[in-house]
Design a protein around this ligand. Structure first.
Ligand code: CP
Ligand code: NVA
Length: 297
């Protein structure tokens, strides 16, 4: 069988995505039961982090341990990658020693180049353009509360960033509508290629009647210099109680974290009864274990 990579959600068919989400729920139940499940005994995941991480690092590392394998944390500060060794050479070398590689980096092209040269599965742990692992957890969480997502609607508020693009791909695969509430200047450039995504400059219009409201930081990693301009542009898009009131009464709130209370979300929303952010964060573990089992097992 040819090697499979997970660089964007579009690497999966709808059926594969549904299977992974089902398996993630099963693995959550196994974990909660305390039973050992170690299909990846002797397998090793390399994890290259060129940006900071709490959830992604810990969920992959703990996930590999729980599946019976090991994970190695690789920082560009300590590896030759950080001193200019070509991506392709690194990919060939690591392919001879590891069973899979997860990469968090800046340009999305870095992961596609790595995957082209690798002979082991490559997982995107976040690039400037996509964050597909987070979407596995987000979809698992939304489904756990709502069942079949077909025909439902979610609102994305704020920056048309990496998370937003992964949500756009998720809407196509899962058959829900994504309503992006975002200033024109920050909307994803390829919106028109996504049949299930709509753009609204008005945050109230984006949120009107939706089942789920999602947001993320206004200045992603690597964009810190733009924070002042972004804070001004995105201020009307803050997810607060007033904006949540435009959604369905039972609407859920999600955020991939880390969050900035008082910026993209108010404390009353993220710490309130509609928020499922802690369950969403925990599901990173279960969803990625399903992914690892499928790619590496
Ligand atoms: N949501 C997420 O990817 O978190 P980390 O940056 O902590 O990995
Ligand atoms: N959009 C954010 C997500 C962090 C998990 C970033 O790229 O920094």
């Amino acid at each position: 069988m040819p090697i499979r990579h997970f660089l964007t959600l579009a690497d999966l068919s709808a059926a594969e995505l549904h299977n992974l989400l089902r398996r993630a729920e099963q693995l959550r139940a196994v974990h909660e039961s305390g039973a050992l499940h170690e299909p990846l005994r002797g397998r090793v995941l390399g994890m290259i982090f060129e940006k900071s991480s709490t959830r992604t690092r810990v969920s992959f590392e703990a996930g590999m341990s729980q599946l019976g394998g090991n994970a190695i944390f690789l920082s560009p500060r300590d590896t030759q990658l950080g001193r200019g060794e070509p991506i392709e050479d690194t990919a060939r070398v690591l392919s001879g020693m590891l069973d899979a590689v997860m990469i968090r980096t800046f340009a999305h092209e870095n992961v596609t180049r790595f995957a082209q040269a690798a002979s082991i599965p490559v997982i995107n742990g976040l690039t400037d353009d996509h964050h597909p692992c987070q979407l596995l957890a987000d979809l698992q969480t939304w489904q756990a509360h709502r069942g079949d997502l077909t025909g439902l609607s979610a609102a994305w508020l704020g920056d048309g960033n990496n998370m937003c693009r992964s949500w756009m791909q998720a809407a196509e695969l899962m058959g829900f509508t994504l309503r992006i509430g975002c200033p024109d200047d920050y909307a994803p450039h390829d919106l028109n290629d996504f049949a299930n995504t709509q753009h609204h400059a008005s945050p109230q219009q984006a949120v009107a009647g939706v089942d789920l409201v999602v947001t993320d930081v206004w200045a992603s990693m690597g964009m810190e210099d733009e924070a002042k301009a972004r804070n001004a542009a995105f201020a009307p898009y803050q997810v607060n109680a007033e904006l949540m009131a435009c959604a369905q009464a039972q609407a859920l709130f999600m955020h991939c974290l880390p969050a900035h209370r008082g910026e993209e979300v108010s404390a009353e929303v993220i710490d309130g009864p509609q928020s499922v952010v802690w369950e969403e964060a925990e599901n990173r573990l279960h969803a990625q274990k399903a992914l690892l089992e499928w790619l590496v097992g």
